[in-house]
Design a protein around this ligand. Structure first.
Ligand code: PGA
Ligand code: ZN
Length: 419
Protein backbone atom coordinates (compact mmCIF):
# COMPACT_ATOMS: atom_id res chain seq x y z
CA UNK A 1 0.00 0.00 0.00
CA UNK A 2 2.87 2.33 -0.73
CA UNK A 3 2.09 5.77 -2.16
CA UNK A 4 3.38 5.83 -5.74
CA UNK A 5 2.20 9.18 -7.13
CA UNK A 6 0.45 12.37 -6.05
CA UNK A 7 -1.31 14.72 -8.44
CA UNK A 8 -2.87 18.03 -7.37
CA UNK A 9 -4.93 20.53 -9.33
CA UNK A 10 -7.51 23.25 -9.01
CA UNK A 11 -11.18 22.35 -9.30
CA UNK A 12 -14.15 24.65 -8.87
CA UNK A 13 -15.85 24.94 -5.49
CA UNK A 14 -19.50 25.93 -5.01
CA UNK A 15 -18.55 29.56 -4.37
CA UNK A 16 -17.19 29.84 -7.94
CA UNK A 17 -13.53 30.07 -6.94
CA UNK A 18 -11.01 27.24 -7.16
CA UNK A 19 -10.21 24.73 -4.50
CA UNK A 20 -7.79 21.84 -4.41
CA UNK A 21 -8.22 18.24 -5.54
CA UNK A 22 -5.58 15.58 -4.96
CA UNK A 23 -5.29 12.14 -6.55
CA UNK A 24 -3.16 9.55 -4.75
CA UNK A 25 -2.12 6.36 -6.55
CA UNK A 26 -0.69 3.39 -4.69
CA UNK A 27 1.90 0.88 -5.90
CA UNK A 28 -0.95 -1.63 -6.08
CA UNK A 29 -2.70 0.65 -8.59
CA UNK A 30 -5.51 1.69 -6.21
CA UNK A 31 -6.51 5.35 -6.52
CA UNK A 32 -7.92 7.79 -3.95
CA UNK A 33 -9.28 11.23 -4.83
CA UNK A 34 -10.28 14.00 -2.43
CA UNK A 35 -11.13 17.68 -2.61
CA UNK A 36 -11.34 20.19 0.22
CA UNK A 37 -13.78 23.03 0.96
CA UNK A 38 -13.18 26.54 2.30
CA UNK A 39 -15.26 28.57 4.77
CA UNK A 40 -16.64 32.07 4.42
CA UNK A 41 -17.02 32.91 8.11
CA UNK A 42 -13.85 31.12 9.08
CA UNK A 43 -12.54 31.45 12.65
CA UNK A 44 -9.19 33.18 13.06
CA UNK A 45 -7.67 30.13 14.80
CA UNK A 46 -8.24 27.77 11.84
CA UNK A 47 -5.58 26.07 9.73
CA UNK A 48 -4.57 28.26 6.84
CA UNK A 49 -6.08 28.03 3.38
CA UNK A 50 -3.15 28.82 1.12
CA UNK A 51 -4.22 30.95 -1.85
CA UNK A 52 -1.97 32.38 -4.54
CA UNK A 53 -2.58 36.09 -4.01
CA UNK A 54 -1.84 36.60 -7.72
CA UNK A 55 -4.37 39.29 -8.67
CA UNK A 56 -4.09 38.47 -12.38
CA UNK A 57 -6.09 35.28 -11.93
CA UNK A 58 -9.12 34.40 -9.78
CA UNK A 59 -8.82 37.75 -7.90
CA UNK A 60 -5.90 36.25 -6.02
CA UNK A 61 -7.91 33.18 -4.93
CA UNK A 62 -6.10 30.64 -7.13
CA UNK A 63 -4.64 27.50 -5.57
CA UNK A 64 -1.68 26.82 -7.84
CA UNK A 65 0.78 27.37 -4.96
CA UNK A 66 -1.01 24.80 -2.82
CA UNK A 67 -1.06 22.39 -5.78
CA UNK A 68 2.67 22.94 -6.33
CA UNK A 69 3.32 22.33 -2.63
CA UNK A 70 1.62 18.94 -2.94
CA UNK A 71 3.65 17.88 -5.96
CA UNK A 72 7.00 19.47 -5.15
CA UNK A 73 7.21 19.45 -1.35
CA UNK A 74 4.81 16.87 0.06
CA UNK A 75 5.21 14.21 -2.65
CA UNK A 76 8.96 13.63 -2.11
CA UNK A 77 8.30 13.02 1.60
CA UNK A 78 5.21 10.81 1.42
CA UNK A 79 5.99 8.79 -1.71
CA UNK A 80 6.92 5.28 -0.59
CA UNK A 81 5.01 5.68 2.70
CA UNK A 82 2.30 3.19 3.63
CA UNK A 83 -1.08 4.81 2.91
CA UNK A 84 -2.72 2.63 5.56
CA UNK A 85 -0.52 4.19 8.26
CA UNK A 86 -2.54 7.38 8.26
CA UNK A 87 -1.15 8.71 11.53
CA UNK A 88 2.48 8.45 10.33
CA UNK A 89 1.55 10.06 7.03
CA UNK A 90 -0.26 12.98 8.67
CA UNK A 91 2.53 13.47 11.20
CA UNK A 92 5.12 13.57 8.42
CA UNK A 93 3.20 16.37 6.71
CA UNK A 94 2.70 18.29 9.98
CA UNK A 95 6.45 18.07 10.62
CA UNK A 96 7.32 19.10 7.08
CA UNK A 97 5.10 22.16 7.41
CA UNK A 98 6.42 23.07 10.86
CA UNK A 99 4.01 25.97 11.56
CA UNK A 100 1.19 25.91 14.14
CA UNK A 101 -1.52 26.57 11.54
CA UNK A 102 -0.10 24.82 8.45
CA UNK A 103 0.68 28.19 6.89
CA UNK A 104 3.75 27.03 4.99
CA UNK A 105 2.33 24.19 2.90
CA UNK A 106 -1.34 25.18 3.32
CA UNK A 107 -3.97 23.35 5.36
CA UNK A 108 -5.78 22.82 2.04
CA UNK A 109 -2.75 21.04 0.52
CA UNK A 110 -2.15 18.85 3.58
CA UNK A 111 -5.80 17.89 4.10
CA UNK A 112 -6.35 16.99 0.44
CA UNK A 113 -3.38 14.58 0.59
CA UNK A 114 -4.52 13.21 3.95
CA UNK A 115 -8.03 12.39 2.68
CA UNK A 116 -6.97 11.14 -0.76
CA UNK A 117 -4.52 8.74 0.91
CA UNK A 118 -7.24 7.49 3.27
CA UNK A 119 -9.50 6.86 0.28
CA UNK A 120 -6.75 5.00 -1.57
CA UNK A 121 -6.03 2.83 1.48
CA UNK A 122 -9.73 2.13 2.00
CA UNK A 123 -10.03 1.12 -1.66
CA UNK A 124 -7.01 -1.20 -1.33
CA UNK A 125 -8.51 -2.76 1.79
CA UNK A 126 -11.90 -2.99 0.02
CA UNK A 127 -13.62 -1.15 2.87
CA UNK A 128 -15.95 1.83 2.86
CA UNK A 129 -14.11 4.96 4.03
CA UNK A 130 -16.04 5.12 7.32
CA UNK A 131 -15.04 1.52 8.18
CA UNK A 132 -11.41 2.26 7.33
CA UNK A 133 -11.50 5.27 9.72
CA UNK A 134 -13.12 3.18 12.47
CA UNK A 135 -10.43 0.49 12.12
CA UNK A 136 -7.48 2.87 11.74
CA UNK A 137 -8.22 4.82 14.91
CA UNK A 138 -10.13 2.16 16.90
CA UNK A 139 -12.98 4.60 17.36
CA UNK A 140 -15.16 1.85 18.81
CA UNK A 141 -18.28 3.13 17.05
CA UNK A 142 -20.79 0.33 16.54
CA UNK A 143 -22.82 1.86 13.67
CA UNK A 144 -26.17 1.08 15.29
CA UNK A 145 -26.87 4.81 15.59
CA UNK A 146 -26.01 6.94 12.57
CA UNK A 147 -25.71 10.75 12.65
CA UNK A 148 -28.95 12.64 12.24
CA UNK A 149 -29.49 15.60 9.92
CA UNK A 150 -29.12 19.21 11.06
CA UNK A 151 -30.38 20.99 7.96
CA UNK A 152 -29.95 24.72 7.48
CA UNK A 153 -33.36 26.24 6.66
CA UNK A 154 -32.73 30.00 6.82
CA UNK A 155 -29.30 31.55 6.41
CA UNK A 156 -28.09 35.04 7.14
CA UNK A 157 -24.96 36.66 8.53
CA UNK A 158 -22.07 36.46 6.11
CA UNK A 159 -23.85 33.85 4.00
CA UNK A 160 -26.51 36.20 2.62
CA UNK A 161 -27.18 39.91 2.14
CA UNK A 162 -29.39 42.06 4.30
CA UNK A 163 -31.01 39.29 6.30
CA UNK A 164 -30.64 38.01 9.90
CA UNK A 165 -27.54 38.76 11.97
CA UNK A 166 -27.45 35.12 12.96
CA UNK A 167 -25.88 32.92 10.34
CA UNK A 168 -28.03 29.76 10.44
CA UNK A 169 -31.42 28.56 11.61
CA UNK A 170 -31.58 24.78 11.24
CA UNK A 171 -34.16 22.03 11.43
CA UNK A 172 -32.84 19.11 13.37
CA UNK A 173 -34.06 15.51 13.13
CA UNK A 174 -35.22 14.07 16.47
CA UNK A 175 -37.50 11.16 15.64
CA UNK A 176 -37.73 8.64 14.03
CA UNK A 177 -34.43 6.89 14.52
CA UNK A 178 -33.63 6.56 10.80
CA UNK A 179 -31.61 9.50 9.40
CA UNK A 180 -33.11 8.82 5.96
CA UNK A 181 -36.59 9.35 7.39
CA UNK A 182 -35.42 12.47 9.24
CA UNK A 183 -34.05 13.92 6.01
CA UNK A 184 -37.44 13.37 4.35
CA UNK A 185 -39.40 14.89 7.24
CA UNK A 186 -37.16 17.95 7.43
CA UNK A 187 -37.21 18.59 3.70
CA UNK A 188 -41.01 18.38 3.79
CA UNK A 189 -40.84 21.12 6.44
CA UNK A 190 -38.39 23.06 4.26
CA UNK A 191 -40.86 23.03 1.34
CA UNK A 192 -43.62 24.21 3.67
CA UNK A 193 -41.29 26.97 4.89
CA UNK A 194 -41.08 28.20 1.31
CA UNK A 195 -44.87 28.63 1.27
CA UNK A 196 -44.82 30.38 4.66
CA UNK A 197 -42.17 32.88 3.49
CA UNK A 198 -43.96 33.50 0.19
CA UNK A 199 -47.29 34.07 1.98
CA UNK A 200 -45.79 37.01 3.90
CA UNK A 201 -44.03 38.43 0.87
CA UNK A 202 -40.47 37.36 1.71
CA UNK A 203 -38.07 36.13 -0.94
CA UNK A 204 -37.44 32.40 -1.22
CA UNK A 205 -34.14 32.73 -3.09
CA UNK A 206 -31.40 30.64 -1.53
CA UNK A 207 -27.97 31.60 -0.20
CA UNK A 208 -24.54 29.94 -0.19
CA UNK A 209 -25.70 26.89 1.69
CA UNK A 210 -28.92 26.32 -0.28
CA UNK A 211 -31.16 27.61 2.53
CA UNK A 212 -33.63 30.49 2.23
CA UNK A 213 -32.07 33.92 2.63
CA UNK A 214 -34.97 36.39 2.87
CA UNK A 215 -33.92 40.02 2.96
CA UNK A 216 -35.66 42.63 5.12
CA UNK A 217 -36.66 40.06 7.68
CA UNK A 218 -38.56 41.55 10.65
CA UNK A 219 -36.26 40.39 13.45
CA UNK A 220 -33.69 37.79 14.40
CA UNK A 221 -36.48 35.95 16.18
CA UNK A 222 -38.87 35.83 13.21
CA UNK A 223 -37.33 32.66 11.64
CA UNK A 224 -38.41 30.63 14.69
CA UNK A 225 -42.01 31.62 14.05
CA UNK A 226 -41.81 30.84 10.34
CA UNK A 227 -40.14 27.50 11.00
CA UNK A 228 -42.71 26.59 13.67
CA UNK A 229 -45.50 27.23 11.14
CA UNK A 230 -43.67 25.16 8.54
CA UNK A 231 -43.30 22.15 10.86
CA UNK A 232 -47.00 22.29 11.72
CA UNK A 233 -48.04 22.74 8.10
CA UNK A 234 -46.04 19.64 7.21
CA UNK A 235 -48.06 17.71 9.78
CA UNK A 236 -45.42 17.38 12.49
CA UNK A 237 -44.99 18.70 16.03
CA UNK A 238 -42.20 21.17 16.82
CA UNK A 239 -39.92 19.56 19.39
CA UNK A 240 -41.12 16.02 18.59
CA UNK A 241 -39.91 14.93 15.16
CA UNK A 242 -38.13 18.20 14.40
CA UNK A 243 -36.34 20.65 16.68
CA UNK A 244 -34.35 23.82 16.06
CA UNK A 245 -30.67 24.59 16.10
CA UNK A 246 -29.03 27.97 15.54
CA UNK A 247 -25.52 29.04 14.64
CA UNK A 248 -25.05 32.71 15.46
CA UNK A 249 -21.46 32.80 14.09
CA UNK A 250 -21.22 35.65 16.58
CA UNK A 251 -17.67 36.65 15.57
CA UNK A 252 -19.19 38.27 12.56
CA UNK A 253 -21.17 40.81 14.59
CA UNK A 254 -18.74 41.23 17.50
CA UNK A 255 -16.83 44.50 17.33
CA UNK A 256 -14.87 46.32 20.06
CA UNK A 257 -16.27 44.18 22.84
CA UNK A 258 -19.91 44.46 21.80
CA UNK A 259 -22.37 42.46 19.75
CA UNK A 260 -23.93 44.60 17.01
CA UNK A 261 -27.39 43.42 16.01
CA UNK A 262 -28.04 45.19 12.71
CA UNK A 263 -31.61 43.95 12.28
CA UNK A 264 -32.75 45.34 15.63
CA UNK A 265 -30.30 48.24 15.53
CA UNK A 266 -28.96 47.40 19.00
CA UNK A 267 -25.59 46.82 20.63
CA UNK A 268 -25.19 44.32 23.43
CA UNK A 269 -22.53 43.56 26.01
CA UNK A 270 -21.80 39.84 26.48
CA UNK A 271 -24.14 39.44 29.50
CA UNK A 272 -26.90 41.28 27.61
CA UNK A 273 -26.33 39.01 24.62
CA UNK A 274 -26.78 35.94 26.83
CA UNK A 275 -30.07 37.35 28.14
CA UNK A 276 -31.21 38.03 24.57
CA UNK A 277 -30.74 34.34 23.74
CA UNK A 278 -32.41 33.22 26.98
CA UNK A 279 -35.81 34.40 25.80
CA UNK A 280 -35.55 32.16 22.73
CA UNK A 281 -34.47 29.14 24.76
CA UNK A 282 -37.56 29.62 26.91
CA UNK A 283 -39.96 30.00 24.02
CA UNK A 284 -38.94 27.70 21.17
CA UNK A 285 -38.02 24.00 20.87
CA UNK A 286 -34.32 24.77 20.51
CA UNK A 287 -32.24 21.64 20.91
CA UNK A 288 -28.80 23.00 20.14
CA UNK A 289 -27.00 26.32 19.70
CA UNK A 290 -23.60 27.15 18.19
CA UNK A 291 -21.14 30.04 18.46
CA UNK A 292 -23.61 32.28 20.28
CA UNK A 293 -20.60 34.27 21.50
CA UNK A 294 -17.39 35.27 19.80
CA UNK A 295 -14.34 33.00 19.44
CA UNK A 296 -12.31 34.71 22.18
CA UNK A 297 -15.09 35.76 24.57
CA UNK A 298 -13.87 33.04 26.96
CA UNK A 299 -15.15 34.78 30.11
CA UNK A 300 -18.77 34.54 29.04
CA UNK A 301 -18.97 31.09 27.45
CA UNK A 302 -19.17 29.37 30.89
CA UNK A 303 -22.07 31.68 31.83
CA UNK A 304 -23.84 30.75 28.62
CA UNK A 305 -23.11 27.07 29.31
CA UNK A 306 -24.92 27.26 32.67
CA UNK A 307 -27.94 28.67 30.85
CA UNK A 308 -27.95 26.02 28.11
CA UNK A 309 -27.47 23.26 30.71
CA UNK A 310 -30.52 24.59 32.56
CA UNK A 311 -32.55 24.34 29.36
CA UNK A 312 -31.02 20.97 28.39
CA UNK A 313 -29.73 22.54 25.18
CA UNK A 314 -26.53 21.41 23.50
CA UNK A 315 -23.96 24.25 23.33
CA UNK A 316 -21.65 23.80 20.33
CA UNK A 317 -18.28 25.47 19.82
CA UNK A 318 -17.22 26.08 16.23
CA UNK A 319 -14.98 29.13 15.71
CA UNK A 320 -14.29 28.83 19.45
CA UNK A 321 -12.71 25.39 19.12
CA UNK A 322 -11.84 25.01 15.39
CA UNK A 323 -11.54 21.17 15.59
CA UNK A 324 -8.32 21.74 17.55
CA UNK A 325 -7.53 19.52 20.56
CA UNK A 326 -5.79 22.34 22.40
CA UNK A 327 -8.73 24.72 22.06
CA UNK A 328 -11.14 21.88 22.85
CA UNK A 329 -9.16 21.07 26.01
CA UNK A 330 -9.27 24.74 26.99
CA UNK A 331 -13.06 24.73 26.48
CA UNK A 332 -13.38 21.54 28.56
CA UNK A 333 -11.29 23.04 31.37
CA UNK A 334 -13.38 26.21 31.32
CA UNK A 335 -16.69 24.28 31.11
CA UNK A 336 -17.48 26.43 28.09
CA UNK A 337 -19.34 23.98 25.78
CA UNK A 338 -21.14 20.66 25.73
CA UNK A 339 -20.57 19.79 22.05
CA UNK A 340 -18.16 20.61 19.26
CA UNK A 341 -18.54 21.32 15.56
CA UNK A 342 -16.12 19.30 13.46
CA UNK A 343 -14.74 20.56 10.16
CA UNK A 344 -11.81 18.67 8.67
CA UNK A 345 -10.33 21.76 7.06
CA UNK A 346 -10.30 23.75 10.30
CA UNK A 347 -7.39 21.61 11.44
CA UNK A 348 -6.07 20.07 8.24
CA UNK A 349 -5.49 16.33 8.70
CA UNK A 350 -7.74 13.32 9.19
CA UNK A 351 -5.70 12.20 12.22
CA UNK A 352 -6.00 15.49 14.12
CA UNK A 353 -9.72 15.63 13.31
CA UNK A 354 -10.34 12.12 14.67
CA UNK A 355 -8.21 12.88 17.75
CA UNK A 356 -10.39 15.91 18.41
CA UNK A 357 -13.57 13.81 18.07
CA UNK A 358 -12.17 11.16 20.42
CA UNK A 359 -11.22 13.77 23.03
CA UNK A 360 -14.78 15.14 22.83
CA UNK A 361 -16.23 11.64 23.26
CA UNK A 362 -14.00 10.96 26.25
CA UNK A 363 -15.65 13.95 27.90
CA UNK A 364 -19.18 12.90 26.90
CA UNK A 365 -19.47 15.69 24.40
CA UNK A 366 -21.40 15.28 21.19
CA UNK A 367 -19.74 16.02 17.86
CA UNK A 368 -21.54 17.64 14.92
CA UNK A 369 -19.68 17.22 11.65
CA UNK A 370 -20.20 20.13 9.27
CA UNK A 371 -19.99 21.33 5.68
CA UNK A 372 -18.38 24.70 4.88
CA UNK A 373 -20.49 27.64 3.87
CA UNK A 374 -18.17 29.32 1.41
CA UNK A 375 -16.88 26.84 -1.13
CA UNK A 376 -17.96 23.21 -0.91
CA UNK A 377 -17.30 20.38 -3.34
CA UNK A 378 -19.09 17.12 -4.01
CA UNK A 379 -16.61 15.32 -1.75
CA UNK A 380 -18.45 13.39 0.97
CA UNK A 381 -15.57 12.41 3.29
CA UNK A 382 -17.13 14.50 6.07
CA UNK A 383 -20.10 12.10 6.14
CA UNK A 384 -17.89 9.00 6.44
CA UNK A 385 -15.98 10.77 9.19
CA UNK A 386 -19.23 11.62 11.01
CA UNK A 387 -20.33 7.97 10.85
CA UNK A 388 -16.90 6.70 11.93
CA UNK A 389 -16.66 8.89 15.03
CA UNK A 390 -20.33 8.56 15.98
CA UNK A 391 -21.30 12.21 15.44
CA UNK A 392 -24.76 13.07 16.72
CA UNK A 393 -25.50 15.17 13.62
CA UNK A 394 -24.19 16.28 10.28
CA UNK A 395 -24.83 19.95 9.55
CA UNK A 396 -25.36 20.62 5.84
CA UNK A 397 -27.59 22.89 3.73
CA UNK A 398 -30.83 21.56 2.25
CA UNK A 399 -30.36 22.06 -1.51
CA UNK A 400 -27.65 22.51 -4.19
CA UNK A 401 -25.62 19.60 -5.52
CA UNK A 402 -22.64 19.92 -3.18
CA UNK A 403 -24.99 19.81 -0.18
CA UNK A 404 -27.37 17.03 -1.21
CA UNK A 405 -24.29 14.91 -2.08
CA UNK A 406 -23.70 14.73 1.70
CA UNK A 407 -27.24 13.59 2.50
CA UNK A 408 -27.18 11.12 -0.36
CA UNK A 409 -23.99 9.63 1.10
CA UNK A 410 -25.61 9.35 4.54
CA UNK A 411 -28.67 7.67 2.99
CA UNK A 412 -26.40 5.34 1.00
CA UNK A 413 -24.52 4.32 4.16
CA UNK A 414 -27.76 3.63 6.00
CA UNK A 415 -29.04 1.56 3.06
CA UNK A 416 -25.81 -0.45 2.86
CA UNK A 417 -25.81 -1.14 6.60
CA UNK A 418 -29.41 -2.36 6.43
CA UNK A 419 -28.88 -4.64 3.40
P1 PGA B 1 -18.36 28.72 7.15
O1 PGA B 1 -19.65 28.72 8.07
O2 PGA B 1 -18.10 27.33 6.70
O3 PGA B 1 -18.70 29.65 6.06
O4 PGA B 1 -17.23 29.24 8.00
C1 PGA B 1 -20.30 27.59 8.58
C2 PGA B 1 -20.38 27.64 10.09
O5 PGA B 1 -20.00 28.65 10.71
O6 PGA B 1 -20.78 26.65 10.72
ZN1 ZN C 1 -20.52 27.85 12.87
Amino acid sequence: MKIATLIAHEILASGGYPTLEVVVTLDSGEVGTASVPYGISAGSHEASVLIDGDQTRWHGQGMLKAAANVMEKIAPVVMGMDASDQRALDEAMIELDGTPNKAKLGGNAILAVSLASARAAAAALKKPLYQHIIDTYNTGVDLSELPHPMIVAIEGGKHADNTTDLQEYCFLGLEPKSPTESVRIILECYHELKKVLKSIGLSTNVGNEGAFAPSNIASNEAPFRYMTHAIEAAGYTPGKEVGFSIDAAANEFYKNGEYHMRVENKKFSSPQMVRYYEYWLENYPIVSVEDLLSEDDWDHWPILKKLTDKHKVMLIGDDLTVTNVERLQKAIDADAISAILIKLNQIGTLTETVDCCLLARKHNMATVTSHRGGGETNDTAMVDLAVAVGSAYIKVGPTRGERVAKYNRLIEIERELND
